[in-house]
Design a protein around this ligand. Structure first.
Ligand code: MTE
Length: 311
């Protein structure tokens, strides 16, 4: 793997490095991301430029949202419902050991230790600088790979039409799961063709670092043309199904959240307009673009569908 994974017992860089050096290193990594160079290396090897750090396809050159905002303004109800709860409670998420189960309608199902799930070279981690929108919006340099790589490895059967995802269930440690804010575990789903699309990413890091717990460590989905809640965090199970799988927010408030949840400024949420968004760090609101600006890539997936009905 190209990024370093540390065990929770490892000291964090901030614990072994004087803060100003650590901060400068962070700034360097951020600049590196902005320039498309020297990216997701442990700082000790940042000087080694022999590796290929070309950004993944679809990467935007819009200004990145600062690391600090990306990692402190979050939604992760297992760690609390306030935006700052996930970062404050991040240590409660236990990511070791971690297994990922792949099952359902596929020829090659299995249960993998995270390292084995991620090891094969065909995963090709890259940087994807993608916009994400959920009322507010951010541009995040994810480290990850196309979900289709692990889906193909599982050899879906002809009868598979959807992919279902499940977050870890650990109420002893995750305070949110001890309250009925949502039905637990958090679940999500995509149509198989959406899941196979090269813009659908499994992220294992951001800003050149291992994924922080509050952002869905160790493995989360990123579907940039859909509202943020489709991007399920801390995934432990991926299943191929024939019927549309349940999704957490649809189950909780079906009138407000549909299965597709494509970013669509023309379809208002029952309680607010979805025409504009606030880019974190900007004062004026921006107009929200259909499919979050990825229409050229994904609109054809929905040809002939009434997207006001299939919201
Ligand atoms: N995944 C799980 N397991 N639990 C959650 O509460 N929240 C969703 C999504 N994935 C959520 C989740 C919502 S509502 C959003 S907007 C995004 O995660 C937020 O991702 P971010 O905090 O990395 O920006």
């Amino acid at each position: 793997m190209l990024i370093r994974r540390h065990r929770s017992s490892d000291p964090r860089p901030s614990e072994i490095t004087p803060r100003d050096v650590y901060q400068r290193r962070r700034d360097f990594l951020k600049t590196g991301v902005a320039l498309g160079a020297g990216l997701f290396l442990p700082a000790s090897t940042v000087a080694d430029s022999s590796l290929d750090f070309s950004p993944g396809p679809f990467s935007t050159d819009e200004a990145l949202t600062p690391f600090e905002d990306v990692t402190t303004y979050n939604n992760f109800y297992e760690l609390g419902t306030g935006k700052s709860d996930p970062s404050r409670n991040a240590d409660l998420l236990r990511t070791e050991p971690w297994t990922v189960k792949v099952d359902g309608l596929c020829a090659n199902s299995g249960e993998y230790d995270l390292e084995d799930f991620l090891r094969p070279r065909e995963l090709q981690e890259r940087i994807y600088r993608l916009r994400c929108v959920e009322g507010w919006s951010m541009v995040i340099p994810w480290v990850g790979f196309e979900l289709n790589r692990v889906l193909k490895r599982a050899e879906p059967l002809g009868s598979a039409r959807y992919v279902a995802f499940e977050t870890v269930m650990d109420p002893d440690n995750l305070p949110g799961q001890r309250r009925p804010v949502l039905e637990w575990p958090y679940v999500e789903g995509l149509r198989l063709d959406e899941a196979m699309h090269p813009l659908t990413i499994l992220a294992v890091g951001l800003y050149g670092e291992e994924l922080p717990n509050q952002n869905g460590a160790p493995l989360r989905l990123v579907v940039p043309w859909k509202y943020g809640f489709k991007s399920i965090k801390s995934i432990v199970r991926i299943s191929f199904t024939e019927v549309e799988p349940p999704t957490s927010w649809n189950r909780s408030q079906p009138d407000e959240y549909g299965f597709y949840s494509n970013v669509n400024p023309d379809v208002a949420h029952p309680r607010w307009s979805q025409r504009t968004e606030r880019r974190i760090g900007e004062f004026r609101r921006r107009r929200t673009e259909p499919f979050n600006g990825y229409g050229e890539e994904v609109a054809s997936l929905y040809e002939g569908m009434d997207l006001t009905r299939h919201f």
